[in-house]
Write a new protein. Structure first.
Length: 294
């Protein structure tokens, strides 16, 4: 089945957005001694050039950008950030796209919860306030390039793009032909226009990323839990148990450690361990690369 002109146009704009973000993220990673993985990069640890990570359920997720600590071409490092780029022209598609992004990144965030990775999304086009807030409520940092800003970036270079749900395939194809014939220099100027016009949002996004990388551990709580398990079929039974239960340290057999790590940016990681060795290994992660300031 032939690819529709509207889809081709979407791919061109999507590629433009990735080209806008790459130098920003590359410079960021270089200044923080981090490894930037992206679609198209050659790595000896994988076949092909997709950035594929596997969640805790064995499902594969192809991503746009992943920032790694201690990553190399021949070694997959610890995930510091997962970042997706998405373009949508119509608001009726925006919530579906937001859910698609959640489905790709949240299972990975769950698997690597001990690293508490930065979750980022770069959106362009038409996205509803609801779809953006939905992402933010799930801990995503959002960098948004509105539809009109894209049009203005092209218009400044003499390229007029405007389309909606009534736009014909012929009009889409004409726009595709214009962009495919455009010089690399023109696209470079459009990229610069986008960066300059959205500088405040870009800096806020990078500031959030910097805070994630530069954060330090401010508090660690370790709670050893003792005692046998008590199960009740009713609230009344549970209340009677609590009323009669004596509280003193070390009562009963050791069950597990609960560990809470709080960071300077307000994030918190919680974990449970049934052995002292596993708890030590968990805390050592923060001392050996996940959080070098600890």
């Amino acid at each position: 089945m032939a690819e529709s002109p509207s889809h081709k146009l979407g791919q061109i704009i999507g590629n433009l957005l990735e080209a806008v973000m790459y130098p920003l993220l590359a410079e960021f990673c270089a200044s923080h001694d981090l490894y930037l993985d992206f679609q198209g990069r050659k790595r000896s640890i994988r076949r092909g050039r997709k950035v594929t990570w596997i969640d805790g359920y064995g499902n594969k997720h192809d991503l746009d950008y992943v920032i790694e600590k201690n990553g190399r071409n021949d070694w997959q490092g610890d995930p510091i950030a997962f970042i997706e780029v998405a373009w949508r022209r119509y608001t009726r598609h925006s919530r579906n796209k937001a859910q698609e992004i959640q489905g790709a990144i949240l299972p990975l965030a769950e698997k690597y919860h001990w690293a508490n990775p930065f979750l980022g999304v770069v959106l362009a086009g038409e996205f509803t306030d609801g779809s953006i807030e939905q992402l933010r409520s799930l801990r995503f940092k959002v960098l948004y390039f509105p539809y009109d800003l894209l049009l203005q970036a092209f218009a400044a270079e003499g390229v007029i793009l405007r389309f909606d749900e009534s736009t014909s395939d012929q009009e889409f194809q004409e726009a595709v032909d214009i962009l495919q014939a455009a010089s690399p220099a023109l696209f470079e100027r459009v990229k610069q226009n986008l960066v300059e016009a959205n500088q405040t949002e870009i800096q806020a996004f990078l500031k959030s990323l910097t805070e994630r990388v530069s954060r330090s551990v401010t508090r660690i709580v370790i709670i050893p839990l003792y005692g046998r398990e008590n199960t009740f079929a009713s609230i009344q039974g549970a209340l009677e148990f609590l009323n009669a239960h004596p509280i003193y340290e070390g009562s009963g057999a050791f069950r597990k450690y609960e560990v809470y790590v709080t960071f300077s940016d307000g994030d918190r990681v919680q974990a449970e361990f049934q052995s002292k060795q596993n708890a030590r290994e968990f805390l050592t992660l923060f001392a050996s690369g996940i959080n070098p300031s600890f």
